[in-house]
Design a protein around this ligand. Structure first.
Ligand code: DGY
Length: 325
């Protein structure tokens, strides 16, 4: 159902919105832009879109992704698309949408779900959501780092499953943060990678996936790290994907042969990581389901920015955050 993009409660306005012969909803003399939203999104953002007065909104109002066939049908004839990183925006989808599509706004900073060539060819503008998730991601990096270094998941499991016996001096001891060195992969060439690996107690990854960084964290790098090193990857929410910066087979080897101490990952290849993946069997590996940006405030800010990008694109105005493909 196409919901009219009018101020809620302004029924008189609603009554004036009529459907033209071509199937477009009209607001007075103005034709409303058709927009498809591919998922349930924070209410504040949806309201902003519906209240803009310039669009008809079709909304897949579910926490689960819209089935591809449904999506291909739903986008036919749209002017604007609000999508997530779970929707592949490729030739098939763009063809299904047709020539009116002028703006795609993705509620993500990552954009590896978009086919840049196909989008550029059609002159479609793209909005995305950098910056608003940086703090949440930094917080989760610290949380994951502490959970991994201080062995919190093991400790919780022991407390629950009866492993908690008498207090023992060396039981569940991990590494603390005091006086430690944190090496950040991806801050440029301040320290050569070899040196960073050798000297750091904690190594966190903050780099985009490019041909140069694909598999950058591999057996060579792990072999240079301290045997107690804690390795963390939360780069998902800062950069275009993602887990592929880390060679997971090499990481598994490093964790099982004592080359490094432990690892914490918020991003894997593939996602979701199958529950029978060998990394899940390791006590010294903490895996989170891609939640670095998951605070209510951050997801709301991402959704509002996505709407503002979309509306600006529909109005041919500069977007708050436009992606140059
Ligand atoms: C993104 O925005 O690309 C993240 O991976 C999810 O927050």
């Amino acid at each position: 159902m196409w919901l009219r993009g009018l101020s809620r409660g302004i029924l008189t306005e609603l009554n004036r919105a009529v459907t033209s012969k071509a199937g477009h909803t009209m607001q007075g003399n103005r034709q409303l832009a058709r927009v498809y939203v591919t998922r349930r999104i924070p209410r504040e953002a949806l309201r902003l879109l519906q209240d803009s007065g310039i669009c008809d909104v079709k909304h897949w109002d579910s926490d689960d992704p819209v089935p591809r066939t449904e999506l291909l049908k739903g986008v036919a004839g749209i002017d604007g698309l609000y999508c997530l990183l779970t929707e592949k925006i490729d030739k098939e989808l763009l063809d299904a949408a047709g020539p009116k599509l002028k703006v795609i706004s993705t509620m993500s900073v990552g954009f590896d779900h978009l086919s840049p060539e196909e989008i550029k060819k059609r002159g479609i503008r793209v909005g995305y959501t950098p910056d608003v998730l940086t703090n949440a991601t930094a917080e989760l990096t610290v949380a994951l780092l502490l959970a991994t270094a201080r062995r919190l998941m093991e400790a919780v499991a022991e407390a629950k499953n009866g492993g908690w016996g008498t207090w023992k001096p060396m039981w569940l001891c991990g590494n603390g943060l005091s006086d430690s060195t944190v090496g950040i992969v991806g801050l440029g060439r301040i320290v050569p990678l070899d040196k960073l690996a050798e000297q750091s107690d904690f190594v966190t990854v903050h780099c985009a996936l490019t041909p140069e960084t694909n598999g950058l964290c591999n057996k060579d790098l792990f072999s240079k790290m301290k045997k107690t090193a804690v390795f963390i990857n939360t780069s998902s929410c800062l950069f275009l994907h993602r887990g592929a910066v880390v060679n997971q087979n090499d990481l598994y080897q490093a964790l099982t042969t004592g080359q490094i101490g432990s690892a914490g990952l918020d991003v894997t290849v593939p996602e979701p990581l199958p529950t029978d993946h060998p990394l899940f069997a390791l006590k010294n590996c903490v895996i989170l389901p891609h939640v670095a940006s998951a605070t209510i405030a951050t997801r709301t800010a991402m959704a509002v920015l996505t709407v503002n990008n979309l509306l600006a694109g529909l109005k041919d105005e500069p977007m708050p955050k436009e992606l140059t493909l």
